[in-house]
Design a protein around this ligand. Structure first.
Ligand SMILES: [Zn+2]
Length: 140
């Protein structure tokens, strides 16, 4: 897409700190990092979200995430990596080009707010009904 900032990064029209690249994906440093080493992996071909992206591009991104996560682990003093991916304005997707966040948690730093929720048992009837609704909607 002509006006997409991530498409421009893939084409080199906007500079980035590249971490990894192959035929299908491009990985680069997030310039609004949650932590040191915060990296984004995107498809080279524009797709807005998980509903649009071709399955092969999605698989390529996750294969690349294994390489990038290994590099994060061996190059930074981390004790965990959050893998986060947002789809839609309702969950604060800001750039409308699919991107997978790899967010290292550096040892000794405070916990991430998004990985530190309290476990509270839910209503089993509601959980079962939602699971049944979703299961029946799964596309073959
Ligand atoms: Zn794009």
């Amino acid at each position: 897409m002509a006006d997409c900032i991530f498409c421009k990064i893939v084409k080199g029209e906007i500079p980035s700190f590249k971490v990894y690249e192959d035929d299908t994906v491009f990985a680069f440093a997030d310039i609004n990092p949650i932590s040191d080493g915060h990296t984004l992996i995107i498809p080279k071909k524009h797709a807005e979200n998980i509903w649009e992206i071709p399955a092969d591009d999605l698989a390529a991104i996750h294969r690349a995430s294994k390489k990038v996560a290994a590099a994060l682990k061996s190059s930074l003093n981390l004790d965990g990596v959050a893998v986060l991916q947002l789809n839609g304005r309702g969950v604060n997707q800001v750039v409308m080009h699919y991107h997978l966040h790899l967010i290292p948690h550096i040892s000794g730093n405070p916990k991430f707010f998004m990985t530190d929720w309290e476990l509270k048992p839910g209503n089993m009837d509601v959980i079962r009904k939602n699971a049944e609704k979703i299961a029946s909607a799964i596309a073959a």
